[in-house]
Every structure is written in structure tokens, then in C-alpha cells.
Design a protein around this ligand. Structure first.
Ligand code: P1T
Length: 398
């Protein structure tokens, strides 16, 4: 069993002082009692000295809160950005940005994107708000050039994509967008701020479903966006406070707590995923494995250039159809059959009937989201246990 690997096999570079920043940025000891952790400020409103004269900058928690402000400063630092806005979910961050588009404007979105993002764009942006959304394979940046019109407002990038793990060249697409004064958004959820920094590659906005790796324990639904431009931040903040999708303060506390171990968790999960994917590739009951960290991934060279590691998401095709796939998923003992990803526990799902079930079937088939495609989020359990669990369960597909 391959469990002895070099760190350089699965991690290509290390961000400077990541854990130090995750643990300390905006998290100084509180000055009255010396509390080491940032207090949970549950108050929804703030006393004022006189009308229009708040004690500090806070007046109402939907618009700002000391616990949340500390978390936002920390996330901004981890994303190498100046500004951050947090949300009650990743989807709330996504709709906050999309809702800044006006009737008649256009969004170019990568064709393989989280089902919920597509659902919002197809059902609300297009149907209700008169925004045109074009789903394009932007793994070839030339397709962006071909699609842009003077109405294009946003280029929406998700990389690695969910669930086919395609890679978009962020720097190349952002360069094209800048030349045409178009905003770029990168959904950084799969890579995490530890493995990828979109702002360094020219992206205007980076978003995360913090429900995933940031939270890391499958117990918080949360979202964030970060950006560098103050004018853009002001516009997004106006959208966020008007729509009201702010996170609960207790959830902010949990995310702040989880960020402290983000580096440790992502490193271990990435190592596990690399070892696991190599094993899966050699299993004759598996048709094909997609893992950005393996040389067999068609864009592995770009992964090494753009990311600091291959991440912990793997997709693969079971030999057979839905019946064989169902047998596999029911036979697993350690992997949990559930949607979501990025937690300490390994999760497994079938995107065609779960996370991506709302995508039209012809689009799914075209993208390769078939009924024998399985998506795995590798956790931080003992990797040999994960491999054994999968090998045993695969036998049940025969
Ligand atoms: O679930 P929520 O916090 O609202 O995040 C939405 C979201 C945004 N972006 C990406 C890339 C995502 O994967 C998600 C949520 N995805 C799942 C629940 C899933 O199982 O794929």
C-alpha cells in the first residue's frame, strides 16, 4: 500500500505564515478581561451616545458586528485581499454578487459549476431579472474571447469545477476580462484559500462556501466574498446589507475557530486524497479517476502552476451504471453517503441525482455527470482505512 509519499508529491508550495495569520489576524486578546478568543457579541443593536452617534462603528448587527468584523479581517488576510463580506451561506454570497447585474446585462459562467449556482442563474437571473447567462467551457480561454459582448458584466469562474474537477486558468481569463473591463469572480470553495489565492492571479472577487473547508466539521452553513477594490466592496456591501443574508454571530465564531486548523486539515486531506486517488486509479473495477493532483489529470501542469496542491476532491466513474454505483455507496462503512464536502469526515455522493440533480439532463450528460459518476470528499481519517473501505465496497458492484 502506498502510504509513504513525499510532501512535495502533493503540495507544490506553502503560503507564507498561513496558520499564524489564521490564528492571529484580528484576534488579539480582548482588553478588559484578557479573553484570548474573540468574544461572541450577540447584541443585535448598539446603544448610541446621542442620535446618530454610535460608540464605535456598529449600530445594527445586519450591517456590522464586532465578532463578524474580526472574522472578516481574518478571511480577507487569508485571501490576500483588503475587504471581506460574510454571509449565511455560499449561495447568499453568490446571489449578492449576481444581483448587482442589471436587466439586459450578461454573465459568462463556466459550464461545469455547482448545481445551486446554476439553479440561481437559470431560474432567477435569467427568468426573473432579464439577465443573460451563457454557460461556456472556459477551460479554453479563447472561448471567453469568442463569447464576450459589450453587455458582458461578469465572468464567473469555478476552479476546480464541481463535480468534474476541470481547471480554469484564472490568470489567463482575468487578463482577458481586464482588457474588456469585465468583473471576474472565482469560486474558491474546492481549492480553499490555503491552496489557491485568486486575488494573486488577477481575480476581482473570490468567494467561498465556508460550509465546506473553512468550517470543516459539517456543522456550519456559511459564505464569504473578498475583494481589493473599495468601490467594488461598497457596492457589494450595499447589496449584502439590503438582501440581509448575514451569518449568525455564533456561526462566525465557529468559522473563526475552524480557520485556525484550516492549514492542518487541508494538508492532511490533500495527502490522503493523493494516496487514495493513486490507489483508485489502479483498481480494475473503476473506469476512470479524475483528480487534479495526479499526472493523469489533463490539466495537471496548470494545477501545479495555479494551485499549491491537488486538493481533496476526487471524482470517478464506476464500471457499470446507477445500479452498480448504488451498490457501492450502500456498501461503504467509513464514507458517509451525503452531499457537501470539505469536512474532517469523508463524504461520497452521486452528483447526477444529488448535488447536480437540478441541472437539465442533456447538460449533465454533455459534461460527463452520468449516473456512474461518484464524487468523493476525502477527509482526514486514516487513509489506509479509507482505501480498504473503498476496495471492499467496490467488490459489491460485481
Ligand atoms: O451550500 P452553500 O454554503 O450555500 O454553498 C454553495 C456552494 C457554492 N460553491 C460551491 C463550489 C459549492 O460546492 C457549494 C455547495 N456545494 C455543495 C453543497 C455540494 O455538495 O457540492
Amino acid at each position: 500500500m502506498i502510504t509513504q509519499v513525499q510532501e512535495t508529491d502533493y503540495l507544490y508550495s506553502i503560503p507564507k505564515s498561513f496558520s499564524t495569520r489564521a490564528i492571529h489576524t484580528a484576534q488579539h486578546a480582548e482588553p478588559i478581561h484578557g479573553s484570548v478568543n474573540v468574544p461572541i457579541h450577540l447584541s443585535t443593536t448598539y446603544k448610541q451616545r446621542g442620535p446618530g452617534q454610535p460608540y464605535s462603528t456598529f449600530d445594527y448587527t445586519r450591517c456590522g458586528n464586532p465578532t463578524r468584523a474580526a472574522l472578516e479581517e481574518c478571511i480577507a488576510d487569508l485571501e490576500n485581499s483588503k475587504h471581506c463580506i460574510t454571509f449565511s451561506s455560499g449561495c447568499a454570497a453568490i446571489s449578492c454578487i449576481i444581483n448587482t447585474c442589471k436587466n439586459g446585462e450578461q454573465i459568462i459562467c463556466c459550464d461545469d459549476v455547482y448545481g445551486g449556482t446554476q439553479r440561481y442563474m437559470r431560474n432567477f437571473s435569467v427568468k426573473n431579472h432579464g439577465i443573460e447567462v451563457l454557460f461556456v467551457d472556459i477551460t479554453d480561454p479563447e472561448n471567453v474571447v469568442k463569447t464576450i459582448t459589450e453587455r458582458t458584466k461578469i465572468i464567473w469562474i469555478e476552479t476546480p469545477t464541481n463535480p468534474t474537477l476541470k481547471i480554469v486558468d484564472i490568470a489567463a481569463v482575468c487578463k482577458i476580462a481586464k482588457e474588456n473591463k469585465i468583473l471576474t469572480v472565482v469560486d474558491n470553495t474546492f481549492a480553499t484559500p490555503y491552496l489557491q489565492t485568486p486575488s494573486n492571479l488577477g481575480a476581482d472577487i473570490s468567494i467561498n462556501s465556508g460550509t465546506k473547508y473553512m468550517g470543516g466539521h459539517d456543522d456550519v452553513v456559511f459564505g464569504s466574498l473578498t475583494c481589493n477594490d473599495k468601490e467594488l466592496y461598497d457596492k457589494l456591501f450595499f447589496s449584502a446589507k439590503s438582501q440581509g443574508g448575514c451569518p449568525s454571530i455564533f456561526d462566525c465564531y465557529l468559522i473563526m475557530r475552524s480557520l485556525k486548523t484550516l492549514e492542518l486539515r487541508v494538508k492532511q486531506a490533500t495527502k490522503n486524497a493523493y494516496i487514495f486517488a493513486k490507489h483508485l486509479e489502479s483498481n480494475p473495477l473503476v473506469q476512470k479517476v479524475i483528480y487534479p493532483g495526479l499526472p493523469s489529470h489533463p490539466q495537471h501542469e496548470l494545477v501545479r502552476r495555479q494551485q499549491r496542491g491537488g486538493g481533496a476532491m476526487i471524482s470517478f466513474y464506476v464500471k457499470g451504471g446507477f445500479e452498480e454505483t448504488s451498490k457501492l455507496l450502500k456498501a461503504l462503512k467509513i464514507f458517509t453517503l451525503a452531499e457537501s464536502l470539505g469536512g474532517v469526515e469523508s463524504l461520497i455522493e452521486v452528483p447526477s441525482v444529488m448535488t447536480h440533480g437540478s441541472i437539465p439532463v442533456d447538460v449533465r450528460n454533455q459534461l460527463g455527470i452520468t449516473d456512474n459518476m461518484v464524487r468523493v470528499s476525502i477527509g482526514i481519517e486514516n487513509v489506509e482505512d479509507l482505501i480498504n473501505d473503498m476496495e471492499e465496497a467496490l467488490k459489491s458492484t460485481q
